[in-house]
Design a protein around this ligand. Structure first.
Ligand code: BGC
Length: 342
């Protein structure tokens, strides 16, 4: 009898272990099976590719990822979204090619009940309101422009030699991102406003759209250098790649040291941070890719598992139940190492 009892106890214990063990491992297997799709507007965009790399690093052990490049075609992106739906993606992260034209993406998603996390390229509020399973992860463009302008102003106030011709005004050029992008005009306007508010008198000698692109920025900057030799004291670029393009133009023209203007960007890309460390750029504004990638990862998991977005509230603020915006940060030579280690 005792023997039977012992056997029953052992069998029960084994069954419990087995059941719990199974439950846990099937949970892991279930999570592993969550398939998340991503489509980016252009895989050659430095910032977007660094952001997606962060997302991959965070998510690859837990989620099955499929990543597409829309190569600047909204049509291609719409087809990719359909393919990801057909392939069983539970959630799709969309970096829109044309932020004013998300209709096809939204219609497909809603028809198949697949939530969408838009990121980095913000759709207008009328569109995001079209369905309750549409979200946006990004940052606040106003803040990036203001921070850039404040850093530029601080340099002009503390280092009078920046005003090379001593006319009491700062001659500057603006290198602007893609027309129609939510970050372009807003960064330019707020950067200039912050400088003016700090009491800096500005004289704009040039303005050019260089579409976030380093090579285009170099070409535009080379033109400015030809037209206004020795006159430019400040370069404000809407992103680091264009700031680096401006530096390339100075390198190519063999203008060195104090004959160069101060140059500022936005993003804190790997190359941008190196330029700040090496004193080629006076500062940049960190566009928190780790934070945005983490927000996308957490949101994607919650949506895929049918959870509630309130689960994110300890880590992120979700505005209007739809928007997660990570704060920017000022980067100068003084604190650049902290960002390089991220
Ligand atoms: C970044 C740019 C990037 C653009 C792409 C902006 O937020 O600052 O570097 O090219 O997003 O959408």
């Amino acid at each position: 009898m005792k023997k039977v009892l012992v056997t029953v106890v052992i069998v029960t214990a084994l069954a419990i272990v087995f059941l719990f063990g199974c439950k846990n491992s099937s949970k892991v297997a279930e999570d592993k099976k969550i398939k998340i799709g991503i489509t980016v507007y252009d895989q050659y965009d430095t910032y977007v590719s660094e952001l997606v790399k962060c997302f991959e690093d965070i998510a690859k052990d837990e989620l099955d990822l499929v990543i597409y490049n829309a190569s600047q075609s909204q049509q291609t992106q719409n087809t990719q979204v359909q393919k990801m739906i057909d392939d069983g993606c539970s959630v799709i992260c969309v970096n829109l090619v044309d932020r004013t034209d998300p209709s096809a993406v939204i219609d497909k998603a809603r028809k198949n009940n697949v939530p969408i996390i838009f990121f980095n390229r913000e759709l207008v509020s009328g569109d995001i309101g079209r369905w309750n399973k549409l979200f946006y992860v990004g940052a606040d463009a106003v803040q990036s422009g203001t921070m850039q302008g404040e850093m530029a102003a601080m340099s002009c106030i503390t280092d009078k030699s920046i005003d090379k011709n001593g006319d009491g005004m700062i001659q500057f050029v603006m290198l602007e991102g893609e027309a129609g992008h939510q970050d372009s005009i807003v960064r330019s306007e707020n950067s200039v406003n912050a400088l003016i508010e700090a009491g800096i008198v500005l004289d704009r000698v040039g303005y050019a759209i260089a579409n976030w692109n380093r090579a285009q920025a170099q070409t535009k900057m080379a033109q400015f250098l030809e037209n206004y030799p020795g006159e430019i004291e400040l370069v404000l670029a809407n992103n680091d790649d264009m700031a680096l393009g401006a530096i390339d133009a100075y390198d190519a023209a063999e203008i060195i040291g104090s004959d160069r203007p101060i140059i500022l960007g936005v993003d804190g890309t790997d190359e941008g941070l190196k330029a700040v460390r090496d004193d080629k750029m006076i500062g940049t504004v960190y566009n928190d890719k780790e934070g945005q990638a983490r927000a996308m990862f957490r949101l994607a998991k919650v949506l895929a598992l049918g959870g509630d977005i309130s689960e994110l509230s300890e880590e992120f603020t979700v505005e209007d139940g739809k928007y997660i915006r990570l704060p920017y940060a000022k980067v100068t030579a003084g604190n650049v190492n902290k960002f390089m280690k991220k």
